[in-house]
Design a protein around this ligand. Sequence first.
Ligand SMILES: [Zn+2]
Length: 278
Amino acid sequence: MSNAQCVMRNELVPCPLSLVPFIDTHCHLEDENFSADRAEVIARAKSAGVERIINFGSTLRSSVAVAELAKNFSELYAGIGIHPEEIDDFDENTCTRLAELASDEKVVAIGEIGLDYHWEKDSERRLIQQKIFVEQLDLARQLHLPVCVHDRDAHGDTLRILQTEARDLHGVLHCYSGSLETAREVWKLGWLIGVDGPLTFKNSAKVPEVVKAAPRDMLLIETDAPYLAPVPYRGKRNEPAYVVEVAKKLAEVRCETLEEVAAYTTANAQRLYCSVRS
Ligand SMILES: [Zn+2]
């Protein structure tokens, strides 16, 4: 489709809301930033057409918190796991505790787990991150759950671990920040990528190139709230309602309608996290 056709097609959709509901597939509503107005934030998401929200833990404590929130709000689901920046929270009992939490049907994933070399420069501790990442991939396999992976400045090792340890698992590389070349390897494994606020940032040269090339069934939208608010909210507290801004940008970059983006990203989320039904 030419650019002119693309503009015309989007002009035919003046309504900012899609009739198909959105799913914010990654955020942190257990965060203290939402203590004062969590119910209002969820209500605002609903009014914006965001009907399902998946919160991810990063420690055992926050994993308990997201599972608890999912029990209290019908719109919420939970992913549980130990984030690579929180490896000191991981001991020989952690997987047993996580498995107990996962018996709740609203716990739909293991995550966020993975590697973070941006904050961790020590090579020994990076190896510990890798070991804990693999242990939690094993847990996901035992529990038959999909995986949400955090990869910051560790694209090579993350891809290697997915290729060697996770070929039989399903999952997503959330807040994808790697190259198109790496994304193609990720898609070959059948894994998805998650797109959020940075797609809307002016300096996000790599991300639009990746999402343009992505097959429709390989994309999820997310906010990572309270972090990474998309334009026009950049710098403010992020919240699930703003996932619509990510979807709008995705539609613009890929020459699609907002309706189409809502339809396939929601279908992808429901396919990956199969108990998240609208
Ligand atoms: Zn996150």
